[in-house]
Design a protein around this ligand. Structure first.
Ligand SMILES: Nc1ncnc2c1ncn2[C@@H]1O[C@H](COP(=O)(O)OP(=O)(O)OP(=O)(O)O)[C@@H](O)[C@H]1O
Length: 313
């Protein structure tokens, strides 16, 4: 865990309007040095807009944010020079080689001479892209492209890195390797702000903010957010999942009944008592019940419950 109290991002009541619609409303968040801070929210929630303001590429229409010591509205150029920013559509030059792409970004960020050469060699080795240094970027697989994009976005060793859905469409192994790299950067002192739709990735962040309709609904450590959702999870191994779902879905406190093959996964408010009630219902109905096991609630459970509650409101 990061032990620094130094705030690398300090956003206070940040807002952004587009015409009559408000994409980001009154967002306040603080990110400490060395933290991996996840921003979650459904499509259109305002995550990218918030990130773009923090990167100094979009002016806020309200509030203020200090990012690596600079005001994003008054000193956007200093902010841009001090950060790394990688999006899903990060521009790699497909007709340039791996090494040429890295060289291009190194020059863009003002690296020159021996330092430039030393840094390029170092990142090629560290990212294991050295064996592919002379391959065209366009010929790389998705996972290697994304690894190259990360190298390009961090070639100037920025203290703060923004990642906007960096692993969208990347296979699970590459995603895991990517997250190991992210943790390596954070351990070395880089602060990371990342948006993602993958809830396993959210679990790997030090802290999270849930954004809905442009507002922060909840923020904190993943375990705090999960605890606040107050859900118990039970898995019922049954032959007839449809029948079990029919029997449980209107029970008070039920948040979700989800099919997983022969398993009905129940998310319910009300703790062990509610799980016992659910089991009793199935038994009373004479359903073949092979096993019942309680498991921990996840960030995904908390996220889905929050989005549903919002939609019902
Ligand atoms: N340049 C723009 N002009 C007008 N509206 C915009 C602009 N950029 C974003 N919006 C609107 O602001 C809202 C928030 O969009 P944003 O892209 O920030 O959401 P998001 O949470 O990043 O979504 P996703 O998960 O789909 O990437 C949306 O309603 C979007 O249509």
């Amino acid at each position: 865990m990061p032990d620094s109290n130094e705030l690398v991002v300090d956003a206070q009541h940040l807002s952004r309007r587009f015409g009559n619609s408000v994409a980001v409303r009154d967002v306040s968040l603080q990110v400490r040095r060395g933290e991996i801070f996840g921003v979650l929210g459904p499509n259109g929630a305002g995550k990218s807009t918030a990130l773009r303001m923090l990167c100094g590429v979009l002016d806020p229409t309200g509030g203020r944010a200090i990012v690596v010591g600079h005001d994003v509205a008054r000193e956007p150029e200093q902010v841009k020079a001090s950060i790394g920013y990688m999006t899903q559509s990060f521009s790699l030059y497909t007709d340039l080689t791996v090494a040429e792409n890295i060289g291009f970004y190194a020059s863009l960020y003002g690296l020159g001479g021996a330092e430039r050469r030393r840094r390029i060699d170092h990142v090629l080795r560290e990212s294991e892209l050295d064996a592919r240094a002379h391959q065209l970027a366009g010929e790389l697989s998705g996972g290697w492209k994304q690894r190259l994009a990360l190298v390009c976005a961090t070639i100037h060793q920025p203290p703060l890195l923004f990642l906007d859905e960096p692993t969208a469409g990347v296979d699970p192994l590459s995603r895991r390797e990517f997250w190991e790299q992210i943790h390596g950067l954070a351990t070395a002192g880089t602060t990371i702000v990342v948006t993602t739709h993958y809830m396993d990735e959210a679990e790997r962040c030090h802290r999270l903010a849930f954004i809905f309709h442009g507002e922060v609904f909840d923020s904190g450590r993943p375990d705090e957010i999960v605890a606040r959702a107050g859900l118990s999870i039970a898995e019922f191994v049954v032959d007839d999942v449809d029948q079990a779902t029919y029997l449980l879905q209107d029970m008070p406190g039920v948040e979700e009944c989800a099919h997983y093959g022969h398993v009905l996964r129940l998310a319910v408010h009300g703790g062990a008592e509610a799980v016992a009630d659910a089991r009793a219902r199935l038994e009373r109905a004479g359903l073949a019940l092979h096993d019942v096991r309680e498991t921990r609630a996840t960030v995904e459970d908390a996220f889905v419950a929050m989005v549903r509650r919002e939609r019902r409101a």
